[in-house]
Structure formats: structure tokens, C-alpha cells
Design a protein around this ligand. Sequence first.
Ligand SMILES: Nc1ncnc2c1ncn2[C@@H]1O[C@H](COP(=O)(O)OP(=O)(O)OP(=O)(O)O)[C@@H](O)[C@H]1O
Ligand SMILES: [Zn+2]
Length: 814
Amino acid sequence: MPTLAPPLATSSPAVTDTNARQKKTVLIALPYPLPGWGFHYSLPQGMALRPGDIVHVPLGKRVETGIVWEEPTHLPAPLRPPAAPPLNPARLRPVIACLPLPPLPQTLRQFIDWVAAYTLSPLGLVLATSLRAMPAKPVMEKANWLWQPLSFTPPTPFSPLANMDKHPLAKTDKPGPFEYSQHHSAYPSFTQPEPSPNLQPAKLSGPSVRITPQRSKILQCLTQAIEEGKTGLSTAELAEQTQTNPTVIKAMSKAGLIKQGAGPAAPLFSPPDLTYNVPTLSEHQAKAAEALSVPIRQNIFCVTLLEGVTGSGKTEVYFQAMAEALAQNRQVLVLLPEIALSAQWISRFQHRFGVTPAVWHSDMTPKQRRKVWQGCITHQAKVVVGARSALFLPFATLGLVVVDEEHETTFKQEEGFSYNARDMAIIRAQLSQAPVILASATPSLETYANIQAGKYRHVLLPNRHGHATTPQIKLLDMRQHPPLRGMFLSPLLTEAMAETMDKNQQVMLFLNRRGYAPLTLCRSCGHRLQCPHCTAWLVAHHNPPRLICHQCDHQEPLPSVCPACGADHNLAPIGPGIERIAEEVHTLFPQKRVTIMASDTLTSPQKTSQIVEQITAGQKDIIIGTQSVAKGWHFPHLTLVGIVDADLSLAGGDLRAGEHTLQLLHQVAGRAGREQVQGHVLIQSYMPEHPVIQALAKGDFTAFLRQESKIRQAGFWPPYGRMIALIITAETEQKAELIALQLAKTAPHHRTDLQILGPSTPVLAILRDQHRRRMLIRAPKTIFLQPIIQHWLSLIPKESQKHIDIDVDPYSFF
Ligand SMILES: Nc1ncnc2c1ncn2[C@@H]1O[C@H](COP(=O)(O)OP(=O)(O)OP(=O)(O)O)[C@@H](O)[C@H]1O
Ligand SMILES: [Zn+2]
């Protein structure tokens, strides 16, 4: 086994001289969740390695792919991992080979260090996210077949690696990567592809071949192209330049006068055309675009919030900033909060830049992923748009990062290692010396606080684009205008819906709850249908009919008999989900065309675009949706938005409940009246005096943030303090209790500058059959909690440590 090697406190190059018989050692990071900061290996004589090189090393009996790593001395001292025990060079095993791939860029390696250290995750776990899509062999687009004169021989062999970094070991090393590759089918050597049989030039058919003037023109044209340094001309090019018919060209090939050979392979991604469709920006927009472009031209890191009311043209404005980065020949990364949004975003990008960007999300084939990965490292992918994990792509020259809808909670990843992609995007950009644009109509308090502190710049778009105005918002006090019995829509809302649809305009109803009813209750015995694996009610769905646990996705048929008392047909649905709202709407407006937008119906980007196209084309009258309808959609005929239950997410003790409710509802409201016709929003609430509902009605988001920031500042809550949650999960309640007790006993209670809360039993006491307990540790902003947590966890048994998940900057408290 290789020696575990967490880093030493001092800086060291990738390859170190050790005194033992001058054996050289090298630090290698492996994509597995192992403890420590990489493994040491010895370097075979004659092999030279650079940091970032991709290598094969032995691990146990297997051969693994790893990366030549450096000690993370660039990290702030409190985040640096503890020192490693001294290593014994005699026990080290040698690196097997260096692979013929460009090295992993330093900015990415340093980013991986950062994420691992900040989130207290194993380095290899974070690295694995980065390497998952690394192609085992370079992905190639098919070469173009070009016409060439018979005499032509290509000057250099065709190599798909031509665009990649020149590898120092390609010629010198023994066994060199290319030689090595011959023994391993995964790394074939690359030479000129064999022409396919039907493209082979015919044999010269003797002196009888006629050279007509047309044929002579073609030969001249090809010779000239070769003299100009081209590899040949395509049929279309040749036909156009010589004004001849393609059949003449084919006949010449048959007669053996010209041949076809491989030209350069097409690029993996076509470069965006910066001048393809440049919009005329309004004065405000132009000013904003210029403010965003200055740091891009200067290549300096800084964060700018692009705040603009919904429909103000934030996307158009940051497209302009992207064009600036592309003009500097640097790459752009755009993070979107949800894949569902990518379809509309991509078509806007195409409209502006004439090509499709590289796309990155969980719904891609392995081949598509490999292509994007390689496009990033070879700088062929100029623009990547994607979900959080796009942060871990190996950009060669990152020049701009855009985080659209920066306030979205979906940027916070909670599975695997938990990180906030917005925050990590800032680190990523900083390491690449690239500016960041955070775009939002409702910025997060985190971003607001950074602007107040003078750390971020602020660019504002105060108006909607063109003649569109912001929607008129009206509160419906449900105590005064209650719905009919068994219904959920106030008569005032349904009247407004009818009026809107009479004018051939569309209505959107928003309720952030999937399914038909969140709870099913037995009227005879009071039994509530609960998930057998979680502390959660089973949600009734009617389409298709079944009970679903929204926590663990457990499903079972809808019963007609109470499982507790056996009473027949006495189960009652309690409360509405969107399917129940759809049912009500169908009763009220049987002729109208209704569509549901929720994760149950927007199952793929294709399905999403289909629904979005129908809405945009005016083929739907009423759109009913969960939070999936809130984000960034632009539906030209939509003029009325009804919020079915504004109070829904205000309940529950979540620290950010108010902020998030306001952001979400403001986004939903922002879908109304985005073109000529004035938009209207009706908000149903049983507590219209609540500060969040008031702020929403007044549209004064900043006033709310100011107030909220005062409250959080006073209590040192984020973003004015730091917080880490420890989540204990165990198969039995006793075990969860035991570990909670161990944590409570060893907690750093002596530190008066910390606040330690718990252990407590969360609302979700059982999740997927695992019993849960939580602890929360808080500190002022000046204290890094990571080393404290690390020390704390080292005091409890190793076996218990495995049952603890660390959530740095938690968003969820359930
Ligand atoms: N300068 C412009 N020229 C032409 N069309 C524009 C311009 N600015 C904005 N638009 C159009 O106005 C609409 C709204 O713009 P956009 O979607 O960029 O706004 P946004 O601020 O990103 O909105 P939201 O926050 O609601 O997502 C879009 O259809 C966009 O194409
Ligand atoms: Zn469940």
C-alpha cells in the first residue's frame, strides 16, 4: 500500500528529493474518498512529471488513474489539513506511466483543494467529481474529407492531440506515453485515419484521361489551395470556387485525377460568433454592460451583482459581458439553478451567438460529458452552461463566471459533499483571476451583505425592457374572501382568471406543492398515512394514482381502506397540491387548456422545451406549477399570476424562510406581463400583515433585506456569522443517541466564542430508515470553524465518525 500523505506545513514541489538513495517521490491524488491529502509514490528513473500530470499508479493490486498533486500551501492556514506522519521512501511504489493528456490545470487543482478543505470532505471525493468525465482517450470529431491533387502528401500526421498541450514526455520518456499506450488499448496511438474504402483514389487510367478546361480549372484551384497551406477543399468549396457541378469533381476522382484525404478534424464545439445578432441595448443596459466589461478587459477578479427587476434584460446584458470575455479569447462558465431552464437559455444563446454552447448537467450521456470535459481543457469549449458541478470542469483559460439567479437555494448541494455552488464559483473565479457576475432580481442576503461591506460591486437595471412595466400586485385577504367549501381559489382570483382568458391572455397559478394532497387522513380513526421509511406524510398523487414520500421517493398504491382501522372509503385528502388545484380549475373552466409545470411533468430538457413551446405559442390557457414555474421563464402571453398560498413556506423555523419565500414569490410574480400588456399578480394569504407578504405587495425588496440584515447581524446569524451543522445518521435510534452523546461530551464547550446547539432530534427524525440527530455550531465571522470541527471529530471513535455528515454553511435544518 502506498503511504498516506497528508501535507506537510511547508511548501514543496510536486517532485521531492529524499535523502534515501536519492529516490525521488511524488505526491499523487487519487479519486477516492480516502483520508489524507494524496499518496506518495516514487518516480522511476528518467520519468519527469509536472504538477497536474495524469498518471497511472498501483493501488493495492489495481492500476489507478491519479493526478500529480502539490501540497495545499495556498490555502489559508486554518483550512490547511493537519501535518502528515513522516514517510518511509523504501516502502514507496513507483508511478507506472504518465498519460498523453494535458495536465489538470493548476487553477482547478487549487479549487479542488479549496472545496475539500472548506467543506471538510476527502480530497479524493472532490477530485472524483472532476475526473468522472475525463475521457480515457481523446474524443474526436470526424475528420473532414477534402479533395486534394494526386501529388499531395499531408505535411504532418493528423493528430487529435494537436490542440492539446504539448506533452513533455511525448518523446523523451521511457516508457513514453505513446509507447506505453500501445500496450494498453485504452490509449491507442493516433495517426492519420485510414481513408474509407469508397474514398480511395482510383488507379490512374492511363494516358487517355482527358483534361478539359473545366478539369484544368479544378486542378489549378486545388493546387492553389494547397499552396495557401490548406489540406484540400470540400466538394462544396471546390464546386463554388470553380463554378462547376459536383458530378464533374466526382468524375475526375474516378478518372484518377484527384483524391480525397483527411483534413483537420472539426472542432468539438463551434466558436460563438460575437457579431451574430447584437441587440441594441437601452441606455441603462449599455451602462450596465460596460460596467461589467471593465474588469473583464483588465483580467481582474472582482464580483459584481447585476441586480435588475424581472424582465429588465439581465441576460442580454451579461451576454454582452460574455462577448467581451470571448473577445479576449477566454472561456466563460454560466451556472443556472436548474437544468429545466437550460433549454430556453440555450435557444437565447443561439439567437445571440449563432451556435450552441457546451452544456453540462446530470442528464447527459457519458460521451457528451467526455466531449465537454475535453473541450474545456483544450479551450475548444468557449462557453459552458450548466449545473453546479460544471465548476469542476478543467477550464484552460477561464475568463468569466456568471451565476444566474444567484439567490437560488438549488445552488446548495446537499448530497455527497455539501457545498454552495455560488460561493464556490467565487473561489473558482478568484483562483483564475476572472471576474464574477451574480445576476438576480432578488439578491440573497449574503450578496447584499457583501455589497454593504464594499466587497462586491453593484450594477442596477431599474426598469423592464421596452414598454413592459412591472406587474401590479394585489393582496387577497383570505379571511375576507374565502374560497367556497372544499375549494382553494378565492372567487376574486377566479373572476380575474376568467377576465384574463376572455382577452386571450394566459394565467399562471403557483403553489409550491407537488401532487394532489400533502396528507391523507382516515375520517373514522384519525390515522394519517405515513412513509414506512421516514418521519413524513405520504403525498397523494392522482396522475398517475399513488402515494409518494417526497423525502425518499417510496411509492405505494392509493388505498381505499384505512390500513389502521379498516374503514372503507373514508380516507380524506387534506390540503391542496397542484393536481388538486388543476382539478378545481377544470371544474371552473372545463373548456380551458391546462398544463402542469412541476418536476413530475418536466422530466427532461426535451419535455420541458415541448411544454414551454406550447405555452409560448399560446396553445395553453392556464399554467399551474410549483417552483419550476418561477425561474427565468419568459412567456409573452402571460399576464395574470395567482399565488395560491403565499403563507406556505413561512411556517417552520428555518432561518431563511422569510428571505426565501420573498425571493420565490417575487420571481413568480415577475412572470406576469413581460411584454406590452400590463401584468397583474393576486396573492392569497391568511396573514397579509406579515412583513414578508407586505414587502412582496409593496415590491420593496431592499427594505426587507435591510430589516432582515439587522436581525441577523444582532444574532451573528449568517451571513454575519459562521455555522456548521453535524448530522448524525444511524440504523438504530440507540446508536444515533450514543453518537450524539459522544459528540455532546467532546464538544468544545470551553470556547466561549462558540455557540453549540444540540444534539437535537430534527423534524425528519427518520429518513430512509436512518435515525437522525443534529448539532449546530456557530461562531463570529472571524473564526474558521473547520479546524475546530476537525479536532472535535477526532475525539470520538472512528466508527462513530463514519455516521456524521458535515454541512458547512447549512441551508436546511430539517
Ligand atoms: N436590449 C434588448 N433588445 C431586445 N430585446 C431585449 C433587450 N433587453 C431585453 N430584451 C428582451 O426582454 C425580455 C426580458 O429580458 P431578460 O430575460 O434578459 O430579462 P431578465 O432580467 O433576465 O429577466 P428575469 O429576471 O425575469 O429572468 C427577453 O425576451 C429579452 O430578449
Ligand atoms: Zn420516505
